[in-house]
Design a protein around this ligand. Structure first.
Ligand SMILES: NC(=O)c1ccc[n+]([C@@H]2O[C@H](COP(=O)([O-])OP(=O)(O)OC[C@H]3O[C@@H](n4cnc5c(N)ncnc54)[C@H](OP(=O)(O)O)[C@@H]3O)[C@@H](O)[C@H]2O)c1
Length: 438
């Protein structure tokens, strides 16, 4: 059988992992042996790499790889929005299937890319874009297709989970752990996309589109990272029986939209209190976990390494093999599988207005340590019809009290109104933190 030509755009952390698998097919799926690395584009030809490949396949011009007639599958693992997005489109228009790990591109331009792919009759597969080595994209597209999905939630950023796990275990400050994480290679020198939550928002945008049947506008997702989190909140959460995790959540609103109406989804990314007995509470370090809830499946959890060269390459190669499998079948006899069948949108979805999002909340207030202050705060919550799960005063000094409130599930609009009244109480100095709570 003729080998299937692979072109790699990028030979960094993920690219080298992919090249390593393709170069060492022993004991892997027999189709791996049918793959041949024909072209690799990088920025710097002189850079030292962990893998040795023939000089002849390297170029600094990615277009050369995209247009190489001996390459059937383009693997985009260069990252960033441009030129990655344009190269994906060029590859599709050249009639090539694409595998990409690029969540930033797919979260913003997934629909446009899927339409291009459909028109060209090729595949674009994205297993590595969410959850690193965890198979979550294909299960959502196929294995769980018989379910009415109600909620997808999880820990989908390994860097922040590592930082939070250490803050929780060792009681250390965010800034100190971040420095360590950078030294260990778990966080990039510019950690903004991870710690400010935008990486997790890209990923939940992709998962929402697949779980609920239609792309959503990435820019509409309310996103809060861990960069402003204080060690004291981690400490209080622990005392109340919770851990703090950066969660990405996408949930169907209760309203039943008719098939033609756009489905509102409550989607957000935020540091969130997770009860100690919740399966997500035990997910520590750089691991990721994604919970999918639906009818009739109930609840399933996907857990594993959310990043890294080997795990991410495992997901990329799985996609390559899927495409290679279909191509090798159609060589013998025409195999008329609807291209992108599994990625087809069937519904319109949109991110619900932030005020309409319903959830439990954690609020920490700094107030004067005077009698009656808790009563006044409770009265304001009561007037706004917010029922409180617990209200606790911590570490009162001579003049100040830290008051922590956990609400039952309420609309964020209700909470905003109550907090603006609470801020006006003469005894309340400031609202120090607000977070979601499971
Ligand atoms: N790292 C992970 O654990 C992980 C996990 C899941 C998904 N991803 C995604 O996978 C993709 C790749 O990540 P990575 O960590 O492998 O990145 P990386 O280590 O920075 O590697 C990027 C590679 O692309 C090349 N490159 C970058 N810009 C280029 C340009 N303009 N022209 C030509 N080549 C260019 C670089 O060339 P040089 O080597 O010459 O600099 C390098 O080989 C990203 O979309 C990322 O979000 C990564």
């Amino acid at each position: 059988m003729k080998k299937i030509g692979i072109g790699l755009l990028g030979l960094g952390t993920v690219g080298q992992g992919v090249a390593n698998i393709i170069s060492n097919p022993t004991d892997r799926h027999p189709l791996v042996e049918e793959l041949e690395l024909i072209g690799v584009s990088v920025r710097n030809l002189q850079k030292k790499r962990d893998i040795s490949l023939p000089d002849s396949i390297f170029t600094t011009d990615p277009i050369e790889v995209v247009n190489n007639p001996n390459i059937q599958i383009i693997v985009e693992v260069m990252g960033g929005i441009e030129p990655a997005k344009s190269l994906i489109i060029q590859a599709i228009r050249a009639g090539k299937s694409v595998v990409t790990a690029n969540k930033a591109v797919i979260a913003r331009y997934g629909e446009e890319i899927a339409n291009e792919a459909k028109a060209a009759g090729v595949y674009v597969l994205i297993e590595a874009a969410v959850g690193g080595g965890i198979p979550i994209i294909e299960p959502l597209k196929q294995s769980l297709g018989g379910n009415q999905i109600t909620k997808v939630s999880g820990i989908i950023n390994g860097t922040t989970n590592y930082i939070l796990s250490r803050m929780d275990k060792e009681g250390v400050n965010y800034a100190d752990v971040l420095k360590d994480a950078q030294q260990l290679g778990y966080a990039e020198s510019d950690p903004a996309a991870d710690v400010e939550g935008s990486d997790a928002a890209d990923k939940i945008a992709i998962l929402s589109g697949l779980a609920f049947g239609g792309p959503i506008t990435r820019a509409d997702i309310p996103t809060k990272g861990i960069n402003l989190l204080e060690a004291i909140d981690v400490n209080y959460a622990r005392k109340l029986g919770y851990g703090i995790k950066l969660l990405a959540i996408s949930e169907k609103e209760n309203s039943q939209s008719k098939s033609k109406e756009s489905q509102p989804l409550s989607i957000w990314v935020e540091p969130t209190l997770v009860p100690e007995n919740n399966p997500l509470a035990g997910v520590n370090g750089v691991n990721n976990a994604i919970l999918v809830e639906g009818n009739p499946i109930g609840r399933v959890m996907f857990f594993g390494p959310g990043a890294g060269s080997g795990p991410t390459a495992s997901a990329v190669v799985a996609d390559i093999l899927n495409i290679a499998g279909i191509q090798s079948m159609s060589e013998d006899k025409p195999f008329n599988l609807d291209p992108l069948l599994s990625a087809k949108s069937w519904k319109k979805c949109h991110v619900a207005h932030q005020k309409e999002i319903t959830k439990k909340n954690y609020i920490r207030l700094i107030a004067e340590d005077t009698p009656g202050v808790i009563g006044e705060i409770g009265t304001i919550f009561g007037k706004k019809k917010i029922s409180i799960e617990s209200i606790v005063q911590f570490d009162a000094s001579d003049s100040e009290a830290e008051i922590v409130v956990i609400t039952h599930k309420i609309k964020l609009g209700q909470l905003d109104q109550a907090l603006s009244d609470i801020k006006n109480l003469s005894q309340v100095k400031r609202i120090a933190a607000t977070m979601g709570c499971l």
